[in-house]
Design a protein around this ligand. Structure first.
Ligand code: PLP
Length: 432
């Protein structure tokens, strides 16, 4: 069977395919697997209890029309009207933004949103120019890497790396945007960038771009007449897995993407886009072609929880402290396993991962991934995340791995012990 160029592009062995495949197989495997590789959120009993209560209420509503309405009919291509109205009210009250229902569209997970947005603002334009998406800092979310139909789609620059302390301890580092390198980028100067995009907090590193960095990216996007896309999948107000003191800014040149996944509902596949009405109309039109209408099940759960404030409450009170504690636990284990070895942990500022840099690692992180996988521990090799930069002369890109901190204490302990054993052996062989 012959596939088209489109077919060939989307059936390649991509980083995201490997990640999702490993995740699915590990969850269905008979053998015990220390799953530190996936992007699944943790199962937190107190959070699950909130969803259970909504399920019960939805199922028990006497007025059948109310209960079934959300899933018994398609919504408009823009998405479920009740959730959109609840979100517009919420954003106005919470942040004072001038937001109406014309500023919000839903889609089937924020992954779906990025596919739309990257193809809306990147690729071939009517005037013949071909535009890329600028990722101001790589490593970035691996799910962006192949989410485009044509062209060489992403441009990025190497980050600044600064060794920092965390809670008074050494052994940490933090990435920041190299604005000089960004400003020198030929694609930016030649009008070949269609949008700027960053995740904040960042998957895979847990980095949170500072307010100053965000203000500069905002100014850069406006200066070049292109939108700034902010991927807020881990940010405030939900799931609010963000520990640094930052603010969330929105105006009509910013496209802010939210998700219900990391509050514990990845299976409902609900993403939210907040943007200028022109962008929302474009996303709605794309939804009609690709999906007819976005899923309404997540909307049925989220709308009452937005209206009664419980989603924000459970994010602030339960989800955020939970991951903060998980990060601290993982850091403690890593420090025990690898003290005296050249491991640096990216300062944990949010999201559900730790990003580990093994300076001068004798093997590539891809080889480390294979060694760990053979021993029953899954991590994600760092190479895949350096999207849009040439990694051939960039050893740092082959010295990092991402581990999930969403697992229970036992799996984290076993998985980190396996990482410690293998990495110690590799370094010891190097010096022997
Ligand atoms: C930074 C980031 N953005 C977007 C997504 C996509 O999430 P979803 O499609 O489940 O909303 C993920 C998933 O892991 C992510 O980590």
């Amino acid at each position: 069977m012959q596939f088209s160029a489109f077919g060939q592009k989307f059936t390649r062995k991509t980083g995201i395919l490997q990640l999702m495949d490993d995740l699915g197989k590990a969850l269905n495997s008979d053998k015990p697997v220390n799953m530190l590789g996936g992007g699944n959120p943790a199962r937190i009993p107190e959070v699950n209890a909130v969803y259970r209560e909504v399920f019960r209420e939805l199922a028990g509503q006497e007025d059948c029309h109310n209960a079934i309405e959300n899933i018994g009919n398609y919504s408009t291509p823009q998405g479920d009207a009740k959730l959109i109205a609840a979100l517009a009210d919420f954003f106005r009250q919470q942040y004072g933004w001038n937001v109406g229902v014309e500023n919000i569209a839903l889609c089937n997970g924020s992954q779906n949103a990025f596919f739309y947005l990257f193809n809306l603002f990147g690729g071939k334009f009517a005037d013949g120019t071909e535009k890329s998406i600028l990722l101001p800092l790589a490593p970035e979310y691996v799910g962006y890497a192949d989410a485009h139909t044509e062209g060489c789609h992403f441009v990025s620059v190497q980050p600044h790396i600064e060794k920092v302390q965390h809670n008074g301890e050494e052994g940490f580092f933090k990435y920041s945007v190299d604005f000089d390198a960004l400003n020198r980028l030929p694609e930016l100067q030649q009008g070949k960038i269609g949008a700027v995009c960053c995740s904040r907090p960042t998957n895979p590193t847990g980095n949170v771009l500072t307010d100053d960095e965000m203000a500069r990216l905002d100014a850069l996007a406006r200066q070049h007449g292109i939108p700034l896309i902010i991927d807020n999948a881990y940010g405030m107000p939900f799931p609010n897995i963000i520990y640094s003191d930052t603010t969330l800014v929105w105006h009509d040149n910013i496209i802010l993407c939210f998700s219900l996944s990391k509050i514990g509902l990845p299976g409902v596949r609900t993403g939210i886009i907040l943007a200028a009405p022109e962008v929302i109309a474009a996303v709605s039109a794309m939804n009609a072609v690709v999906n007819l209408a976005p899923t309404r099940f997540g909307a049925a759960i989220a709308a009452p929880l937005i209206r009664n404030g419980k989603l924000k409450d459970v994010s602030d009170r339960v989800i955020k402290p939970f991951y903060m504690q998980q990060a601290q636990y993982a850091v403690t284990l890593l420090k025990q396993e690898l003290s005296g070895y050249p491991m640096y942990i990216h300062k944990p500022e949010g999201a559900i991962f730790l990003w580990l840099w093994f300076d001068n690692l004798p093997v590539s992180s891809m080889e480390l991934y294979e060694l760990l996988k053979a021993e029953g521990t899954l991590v994600i090799p760092g190479e895949h995340f350096f999207i849009g930069i040439d990694t051939a002369d960039y050893p740092h890109a082959r010295q990092c791995i991402r581990i999930s901190i969403a697992q229970n204490a036992d799996i984290m302990k076993k998985g980190i012990a396996a990482i410690g054993k293998t990495v110690r052996r590799l370094y010891d062989m190097q010096t022997a």
